[in-house]
Design a protein around this ligand. Structure first.
Ligand SMILES: Nc1cc(-c2cccs2)n[nH]1
Length: 241
């Protein structure tokens, strides 16, 4: 998979060279390219924004600069992602869907936004364009969203995470439940003991305990997820939890 990130703060994306995403890039699983949007400016001051038509505070990013950059970076099978507080909330199902793409282009704008004609132009040109929000809070730019999307997608690519099994039981995973609590040595720490069932070696009981804990946590912290579950996911035992 190729991912292009366009930003006026390329150094903001430096953390992607670390750890998993860095390894995926080294292994050739992920072709990550970060571009400085100012490379497509034409004036001496390398201007990327201007005052908003209709007035109001802040600045809007210019369509001509974004158009020049996106014309160079987009490919026929690219999916253009526009982080914005007014987008659809990015969640795990979207991460899974994006992990099947061959080319993602992430255009990092600033909070006041990119001129709306940019998304309109590329949609009309047949490019798949998705406006994505991280949630109901306001950031100053799309770079943090780009870090989140790249990590959430890259870790799903085959060969990136050491043990693919670990992708199955995580929170917001296939079961649609939050993850159960995890423990490691020592068995007793500051007077707190690991649940006996986890030391029993009885795999069926351990699996049942973990599912019960996942259900309890989801019911307590995210009842919305529980009500959104496909009824077929819950078995008779689950309903007793
Ligand atoms: N969820 C979210 C996204 C944003 C952005 C701000 C600027 C570009 S993207 N704020 N909050």
């Amino acid at each position: 998979m190729r991912i292009d990130v366009l930003t006026i703060f390329p150094d903001y994306l430096a953390p992607l060279r670390l750890s998993l995403v860095g390894k995926a890039h080294e292994a050739g699983i992920l072709d990550l390219r970060v571009h400085d949007l100012r490379e497509w400016t034409t004036d001496r001051h390398r201007t990327v924004d201007d005052t908003p038509f209709g007035g109001g505070a802040g600045m809007v990013m210019r369509p001509d600069v974004w158009g020049a950059a996106l014309d160079d970076v987009l490919t026929p099978d690219a999916h253009l992602l526009l982080p914005t507080p007014s987008g659809e909330v990015f969640a795990q199902p979207t991460a899974h869907a994006l992990a099947h793409e061959t080319h993602l282009v992430i255009a990092c704008g600033r909070y006041e936004g990119i001129d709306a004609r940019v998304a309109e132009h590329y949609r009309a040109a047949g490019v798949r364009v998705s406006e994505l929000s991280l949630g109901d809070y306001v950031l100053n730019g799309g770079e943090v969203a780009a870090l989140v999307v790249v990590e959430a997608v890259a870790r799903l690519l085959p060969g990136v995470v050491g043990n693919p099994e670990s992708l199955v039981e995580e929170s917001h995973g296939e079961a649609g439940l939050l993850e159960y609590p995890v423990f490691t040595k020592p068995p007793s720490w500051r007077g707190l003991d690991v649940p006996d069932v986890l030391l029993s070696g009885h795999h069926a009981r351990i699996a049942r305990w973990r599912r019960d804990e996942a259900l309890r946590r989801t019911a307590a912290r995210r009842p919305d997820m529980l009500s959104a579950l496909d009824p077929g996911v819950l078995d008779a035992r689950d309903r007793d939890v």
